[in-house]
Write a protein that binds this ligand. Structure first.
Ligand code: F6R
Length: 248
């Protein structure tokens, strides 16, 4: 794992957006699709703001872009403002020229008996596009990436998981109370994420510092699933001073 420390999240987000834009343009010049794995939450918001700005002011086109989001709460309807479906459209998809059919987000509103087939199909679609060219990640205080909570297997695939109590506590504020936070989610697996050709993880603020330290300096273990990234050969952690404050 490489890590780069920026003065603040704005500077870091701009560099990451630039890398994504360069990749999109490089693929465009070769008439190829650019397959992006995307995250939700507070960490990537400024990256999406910057991509929207580049679309509006610099003519960056997303016509060749295919996206796969990491996760979605279960159960969750698409039009619920707490859904990751809503988040992605609100922060990115509604403001760029991406084709609707190229957007993939795990479905939080399917029948329980359809979940397994849905997950198998999600994996197949990623494979059929030739795999993820770039995966954007945040990190939770449990050390989760996607919603791969402690205990997740290094070879795990897209599946239904149970959210950790810490993760639900962190989400309680935006859901107006812990009781309203879904108990489960559908997430890409660690194995899915690790097959991406390039991974960039964002972490901002001191409340991520101890998790970042464990992830970069700790032993690889399912107790902190993000440590599995140590075994990936093209991963960069983009941090601000707060998130990097405990690194030795
Ligand atoms: C979101 C996701 C999660 C978040 C993580 C950090 O799609 O997969 O792993 O990245 O919970 O969330 P924030 O950025 O809100 O601190």
């Amino acid at each position: 794992i490489h890590n780069i420390v920026f003065d603040d999240s704005n500077c870091g987000s701009k560099i990451v957006a630039k890398e994504i834009a360069d990749l999109i343009r490089e693929k465009q010049s070769k008439n190829k699709k650019c397959v992006l794995g995307l995250a939700t939450g507070s960490s990537p918001i400024r990256v999406y703001d910057e991509l929207v700005r580049m679309h509006k002011e610099e003519g960056l086109s997303f016509k060749n872009v295919v996206t796969f989001n990491l996760d979605e709460y279960f159960p969750m309807s698409e039009d619920n403002e707490q859904s990751y479906h809503y988040f992605m459209h609100d922060h990115l998809f509604n403001h760029i020229d991406i084709l609707k059919e190229n957007i993939h987000i795990p479905k939080g509103d399917i029948d329980s008996d359809k979940i397994l087939d849905f997950c198998i199909d999600y994996e197949k679609k990623i494979k059929d596009y030739g795999g993820l060219d770039f995966q954007l990640l945040g990190i939770g205080r449990t050390g989760h990436i996607g919603f791969n909570e402690p205990g997740s297997h290094s070879k795990s695939r897209t599946r239904l998981i149970t959210l950790d109590h810490v993760t639900r506590t962190d989400a309680a504020f935006s859901f107006l109370g812990l009781d309203n936070v879904p108990k489960r989610a559908i997430t890409m697996g660690i194995g899915t994420i690790k097959e991406a050709k390039r991974i960039v993880l964002l972490a901002w603020g001191e409340n991520k510092a101890s998790t970042i330290k464990e992830t970069i300096e700790g032993e690889i273990s399912s107790h902190v699933p993000a440590t599995y990234l140590q075994g990936h050969n093209n991963t960069t952690f983009v941090l601000d001073k707060g998130a990097a404050s405990l690194l030795t």
